[in-house]
Design a protein around this ligand. Structure first.
Ligand SMILES: CC(C)(COP(=O)(O)OP(=O)(O)OC[C@H]1O[C@@H](n2cnc3c(N)ncnc32)[C@H](O)[C@@H]1OP(=O)(O)O)[C@@H](O)C(=O)NCCC(=O)NCCS
Length: 158
């Protein structure tokens, strides 16, 4: 699986992965109303352009297909992590997360934080992060529960 930095031309495929991941992979943890508020169909492409502009975005690709992506700040925050449903549970997010952590370490970050969805919490726990708080975020007026999680980047697994 190839990993590379995202280009402007990847935006459309990346938004498709986000939208399908939310509806197919997070759908067991959130209601249909919550999924539609989180990942509207059709998606807001312009909103995505500005959302990604401040982040480092790395893609995992298999051939021509986008298997997943991670968006993060090198200072130690993971904003986005989504795997395309056909590639779920094949180590895509683990590979992306590991590469992002290595990049954060190179930038001197020592702590890692994220706001994990109900669906992503087990993944981040597996990576060694722990829950430090619970919160509700509003998307289009609909509340979604999520967890604030942190980890130590000095440890090899986080
Ligand atoms: C969370 C997500 C990114 C994980 O992607 P993935 O590529 O399937 O993850 P991996 O294959 O690297 O999983 C590694 C390990 O994490 C854990 N894990 C991943 N998904 C899990 C799930 N749905 N339930 C329980 N454990 C899970 C398992 O321990 C897994 O190892 P295993 O498959 O050997 O049991 C993906 O399910 C997703 O896009 N979810 C929907 C969107 C979302 O919530 N994104 C995060 C926003 S904060």
């Amino acid at each position: 699986m190839l990993k590379r930095q995202a280009l402007e031309s990847d935006l459309e495929a990346l938004v498709v992965v986000f939208t399908t991941a939310v509806h197919a992979l997070a759908g067991g943890a959130y209601t249909a109303e919550q999924c539609h508020a989180w990942a509207p169909i059709p998606p807001d492409a312009e909103g995505w352009r500005s959302r990604l502009s401040g982040l480092k975005v790395m893609l995992a690709c298999e051939g021509e297909q986008l298997a997943g992506f991670i968006g993060y700040a090198r200072s130690g925050h993971v904003d986005l992590l989504f795997t395309a449903p056909p590639f779920a549970r094949r180590g895509v997010a683990t590979a992306l997360f590991g590469a992002a952590c290595a990049d954060m370490r190179r930038a001197g970050a020592q702590r890692l934080s994220t706001e994990a969805s109900l669906a992503a919490r087990p993944f981040f726990e597996r990576q060694g992060l722990t829950v430090v708080g619970e919160e509700e975020v509003l998307r289009q007026g609909v509340a979604l529960r999520r967890f604030r999680m942190t980890g130590d980047l000095r440890l090899p697994d986080a």
